[in-house]
Design a protein around this ligand. Structure first.
Ligand code: TRP
Ligand code: SF4
Length: 404
């Protein structure tokens, strides 16, 4: 892997919770579909993460995994552009999790907000387990095992990416300072061509003495171009640039997805646990029925009562799906009782039907060919595993576990 590839690599995961709905589509999948054209993307089903809270219902995970994958494909995540895989098919996630656990203080995990929050929220489950405490560290391993620089997540996951940065920093500090690091770095410099040696030294000096940001980017690009450097040397030289030890695991950053609020049928946030969803594979009749009976501004008890779109969840759907003219028509018609709620819902129903038609069709194709879905995942898992194995070699050897 080239020293600056982390910048271009995106990784994200999703727990398999069953069929996905419009909330997932607008909150997550639409963004993935866009990112897959701009970055080298790895998207995976976090089945081990599902086990941390659902260890008692593990029989349900399998169906949920395939439903999740089919819904990704239906939404337009493309296995030709992104690598799609399942966490448990890449056991290196577990190995890295274990190795990182050795240097992760308990306090760091206990302090992650989701730890106490989820325990309080899922009171019916016993989450005082070792696995659940380790949830965010497993997530760190997921990210670091691909040396991914960018992690698209919702606001609730930012603390997990922050933990990942701290763990990476600690790992680099503890294991990046091999004995004789400077000598090894100097020897690595001499393994580059004469011109590159001179340029590297000059850029490094400019960065270390003057904090010149352009110099360090140029130096990183120079290293990325060196064909005859080993991975280990490349890391040494990247770390040496910044004056520290080897950069073993790059610190990732979150790509915070600004996700529009998708209201459920009852006006609460759309969520499976509220039973208020429209799924991506919802049949047309069900879509029609669900939105026709969707909650509106309670002020409009009768057709002749005026209402206020700001008090109505259907209005949030108009913000997602309707153009300005339609929205003007809604505001005017609602506040003057010029239109009824069923009239108002019509353009939203039509837009959702159109959006879901493509997805339903793609999903059907994959439902009819489960072997094709499995082949996509097998191929993706193998590709992911190749990258994960490379990282583990670096990690093991830095820790002194390189013997075989
Ligand atoms: N914890 C994430 C969630 O609940 C899922 C996840 C697991 C993930 N591993 C990850 C997300 C790695 C981003 C990167 O949504
Ligand atoms: Fe909601 Fe439209 Fe009815 Fe107004 S007219 S309450 S915006 S559904």
């Amino acid at each position: 892997m080239k020293a600056n590839d982390a910048e271009r690599r995106v990784l994200s995961g999703m727990r398999p919770t069953g069929r996905l709905h419009l909330g997932h589509y607008h909150g997550v999948l639409r963004n993935w579909v866009k990112l897959q054209h701009e970055f080298e993307c790895f998207f995976f089903v976090a089945d081990w993460h599902a086990l941390t809270t659902h260890y008692g219902e593990s029989q349900e995970i399998e169906q949920n995994v395939w439903d999740t994958v089919i819904d990704w494909l239906a939404a337009g995540v493309n296995p030709g552009s992104a690598t799609l895989f399942i966490q448990s098919r890449v056991p290196e996630h577990a190995e890295l999790h274990l190795l990182l656990s050795m240097i992760t203080p308990l306090g760091w995990l206990e302090r992650v907000p989701s730890y106490k929050d989820q325990q309080a929220k899922l009171k019916e489950k016993d989450l005082t387990t070792y696995g659940f405490l380790g949830y965010p560290l497993l997530q760190s391993a997921d990210i670091l095992v691909y040396r991914a620089g960018k992690v698209p997540v919702g606001a609730d996951q930012v603390a997990h990416v922050e933990l990942t940065r701290e763990v990476a920093r600690r790992f680099n500090f503890v294991y990046g300072r091999e004995p004789g690091f400077e000598d090894a770095a100097e020897a690595a410099i001499r393994r580059m061509g004469k011109k590159s040696q001179r340029l590297y030294n000059e850029l490094r000096k400019r960065y270390l003495e003057q904090g010149d940001g352009e110099a360090i980017s140029r130096a990183r690009a120079l290293l990325a171009d060196q064909q005859n450097l080993s991975l280990a040397d490349r890391e040494r030289l990247t770390g040496y640039l910044e004056g520290g030890g080897r950069l073993l695991l790059p610190e990732p950053e979150s790509l915070l997805t600004e996700s529009p609020k998708v209201p459920g049928l009852d006006g609460e946030k759309m969520s499976k646990s509220y039973n208020n969803t429209i799924t991506l594979r919802e049949e047309p009749d069900a879509v029609e029925q669900k939105i026709r009976t969707m909650k509106t501004d309670p002020a409009r008890a009768r057709r002749s009562d005026p209402g206020n779109p700001e008090h109505c969840p259907v209005w949030s759907l108009h913000k997602l799906y309707s153009d300005e003219d339609t929205r003007d028509w809604v505001v005017e018609g609602c506040t003057t009782a010029g239109i009824g709620c069923i009239d108002c819902k019509r353009p939203v129903i039509d837009a959702i039907q159109q959006e879901l038609a493509t997805m339903r069709q793609r999903a059907k194709q994959y439902e009819e060919q489960p072997d094709l879905v499995k082949a996509i995942i097998s191929e993706g898992s193998e590709h992911a595993r190749d990258h994960a194995k490379d990282t583990l070699e670096v990690v093991r050897s830095a820790m002194g576990l390189g013997y075989r």
